[in-house]
Design a protein around this ligand. Sequence first.
Ligand code: IPE
Ligand code: IPE
Ligand code: MG
Length: 249
Amino acid sequence: MSAECLPANLASVPRERWPRHIAIIMDGNGRWAQRRDLPRIEGHRLGVETVRKITEECANLEIEQLTLYCLSSENWKRPPQEIDFLMHLLEQYMIGERTTIMDNNLRVRMVGRRDSIPSQVLRELDETVAMSRSNQGMWLNLAINYGSRAEIVDAVQEIARKVASEELKIEQIDEQAISDHLYTAGNHDPDLLLRTAGEMRVSNFLLWQISYAEIWVTEKCWPEFDELTLHEAIVDFAQRNRKFGGLNG
Ligand code: IPE
Ligand code: IPE
Ligand code: MG
């Protein structure tokens, strides 16, 4: 988006102060619906619309990476009807969003464990990922069946295998090596961690990667989150003094 098209509040902050990688805990679908006497699944259904809106806006704003928490490894504890609906929505999303993904030049990848995800969902996901492989625009990381501790376990196992096969020396295991074995390998760490629906916790999301992320929480539930609130978060982020343990930003 050219500078003159930017909303005034965004135009007032220099580009170099914008986040390069935004990670979002899309929470509050169920509460949004329940407050309106609707079944929880209606919140999930509308949540998909917000995903489209916010993904497109981030692409327009030329954000480099967007990571969306779609389903945690702990969400399987929910009632089977809700899980079934979420799987159905994921499958529909993978099919229905292909045009948006290609029109916006997005590179999609899944971050999470593939086990437990129904094969028809994986099939559509794989097709969408393959289709978007040569795109050059924003990375769209979809965290599905994602748990940060599980991700770290997987990384440790992979590193241990490489040490056992002498592909890697113990002394070569440093912070970069660990980052390189996470599902998000190759991405910057998120600069801005956004959570909707007011909870002040990280719920097993990107524990390694968010070490120095700025956290921004809104009371708005995900289905009512919009572009203006996203802009507000970016402007607020740009005004933070990130010190990384030093004295000045
Ligand atoms: C987030 O909304 C979506 C998923 C976790 C799949 P929730 O379903 O957690 O909504 P609340 O937190 O119960 O309101
Ligand atoms: C985090 O939300 C997971 C997703 C947004 C996909 P939860 O609703 O699962 O988190 P808790 O249970 O409130 O910590
Ligand atoms: Mg929740």
